[in-house]
Design a protein around this ligand. Sequence first.
Ligand code: CU
Length: 393
Amino acid sequence: MSAPARRAITWAAPLAAIALAATACSSTKNRSATTTGTVASTIAVQAGDKTCDVAKTELPAGRHTFEVHNTGAQVTEVYLYAAGDRVLGEVENVGPATKRNLIVELAAGSYQLACKPGMAGDGIRTTLAVSGQAVAAASTDPRLTAAVHSYRDYVEHETAELVDATTDLTAAVKAGDVQRARSLYPTARLHYERIEPIAESFGELDPLIDMRAEDVTAAEPFVGFHRLEQNLYQKNGISKSGSVADALLANTKKLQGVVAKVSITPLTMANGSKSLLDEVAKSKVTGEEERYSRIDLLDFAGNVQGSKYAYTALRPVLAERRPELVATLDKRFSTLLALLDSHRSAPGQKGYVTGSPYVAYNALGQDEIRALAVEVDSISEPLGTISSVVSDT
Ligand SMILES: [Cu+2]
């Protein structure tokens, strides 16, 4: 799950130049799957230092290209948000007098487009109203169709693994076996984090499975993995956790049904991976996700692996259309994965957490955390250019 925008983000250096506010979404997740559109349009966005003029604010459902023109003097970025500030797409580092395309597929609903001159703050926002029903367009490039199939297989496989692991975890919790539950928790988490590039399409199941303690409201009590995590690692008591585990398991099974029907396109694969890694660099790297178990690096690895899978599926098309982009991404992914590998641990070694192949988050030094943030951030930028390359079917 994405970090709520309202949470104070303590991580600053060396990403100070990057907007830290409003990175992502809160728990109000009610947006259903985006739909592939047959309707395509180009909408001009004039992004100035104090203005953000969007040529059209009432749009039909389908694919839209926002042609962002930076008319100001500062570097800018533009985000497209669904309800609860969930990031659907973004372009960053748009220099003065330059243009970048933000391409998204929008289902009926209300959205916000935000220009962020200076790449800071909540941005200058415009509400977009999208209506109608878009029909899925078949790609004319068979390699893109194959990429979507391959990624769908991956997501379905990971979701099945998630259900299996959560079944075992639930049994251990209900048996009152804290040690066994702790040894099973990391595996279940890994499978969820791997499918997070498309968590946007999970609707309310995402917060129900992956919400944080601070997402709790009067209407939404603390449930899901992190509630179990708190009980297992911090409160050290699971005698009353049976119903939480049962509900979590039921939700992972529901997720399996959602995933089987979810609309996946090259664009949702590209935008989802980019937004997720952006969020990893900006907020997850602070250690906010697994604050009781400290298995944050496992989540980090799951997010990177899941994003890399989406990239790898699209790679044949990218290699033909933008060989230099593939060279960059191949290199950055392998550098990041090697860096993650350098933080592996095993039973009896320093920083070991039962069930996780990586050291505990609190065993990392500030410089090591910073290095991870820098590497993942350096992937997010080139990853952001994939959407425009694959959107030509
Ligand atoms: Cu998560």
